[in-house]
Write a protein that binds this ligand. Structure first.
Ligand code: FPP
Length: 243
């Protein structure tokens, strides 16, 4: 969700005004995703590196994210959305953490869209933590290092219960991944939009999904193999196609 700061600057406003406006886009895109039948929507709301921004911006972002999630919770319940968090939430101030936990509990029975908010998240934090957990299990004799596969690593990531993303959208025009789901996006389709997040619309979101539907995903195989039914079962089972 990049471009909030630049959006605010282009309107002669403080950066925090851009984040506030960005919450409206979160509402619009979450609703659209649910209606379009998207099963999982992961939003990168606050990175590990964002803790190093000026304290006033960190405080305002923390307040905004917890306030927005709390305010949106009745709507999430109504729309059958289940709210989930990935990231180092232990770094969050206790009160904000408690409010977040309440929102998650309140939506726990949702069977529709999984809205995964990446908060205090970075891929390097997640992969390092996975390595530490695997090493600990090996040291305790619970895991034989010779049996470690990419599935072992996957099972130790914060996203273990969820499939890999089919599509990664970055707004704000920068062609970089910025420490986001590095393991999980190995075969994701990537789309960079020049639009600043506060100006991102449902129409643009739908157009990107249409573009995604037209792409041939080969997962390292050839076009012929992909179109042969026998191979279809071998394609990364974590990746689910949008119908
Ligand atoms: C990046 O823009 C955006 C963020 C660091 C924060 C995004 C968070 C929200 C929109 C609130 C999300 C709320 C919920 C409830 C999930 P930037 O500040 O890096 O923009 P710039 O690149 O233009 O400076």
């Amino acid at each position: 969700m990049d471009g909030n700061g630049r959006w605010a600057k282009s309107h002669g406003m403080e950066r925090s005004a851009g984040h506030l406006e960005g919450v409206n886009t979160v509402h619009t895109i979450t609703q659209a995703a649910g209606e379009l039948g998207v099963k999982y929507l992961t939003l990168y709301a606050f990175s590990t590196e964002n803790w190093n921004r000026p304290q006033a911006e960190v405080d305002s972002l923390l307040n905004l994210i917890t306030y927005a999630l709390e305010k949106e919770t009745p709507g999430l319940i109504e729309n059958n959305v289940k709210l989930l968090i990935i990231g180092d939430v232990d770094r969050m101030p206790a009160e904000a953490r408690a409010r977040l936990d309440r929102s998650m509990e309140a939506t726990a029975n949702g069977t529709g869209l999984r809205l995964i908010v990446a908060f205090s998240y970075s891929s390097r934090w997640e992969i390092t933590r996975a390595c530490a957990k695997i090493a600990e299990e090996a040291a305790k004799g619970e895991l034989d290092p010779a049996t470690i596969t990419d599935e072992t690593v996957r099972e130790h990531l914060a996203t273990a219960p969820y499939p890999d993303p089919d599509l990664l959208i970055r707004t704000g025009g920068d062609f970089r991944v910025s420490n986001f789901l590095l393991w999980q996006i190995a075969y994701s389709e990537i789309f960079v939009s020049p639009t600043f997040w506060p100006d991102f619309t449902r129409e643009e979101f739908e157009a990107i999904i249409d573009n995604f539907r037209g792409r041939e995903r080969r997962f390292g195989l050839t076009s012929e193999q992909i179109n042969h039914t026998l191979w279809k079962d071998l394609i990364n089972p974590q990746c689910e196609r949008v119908p």
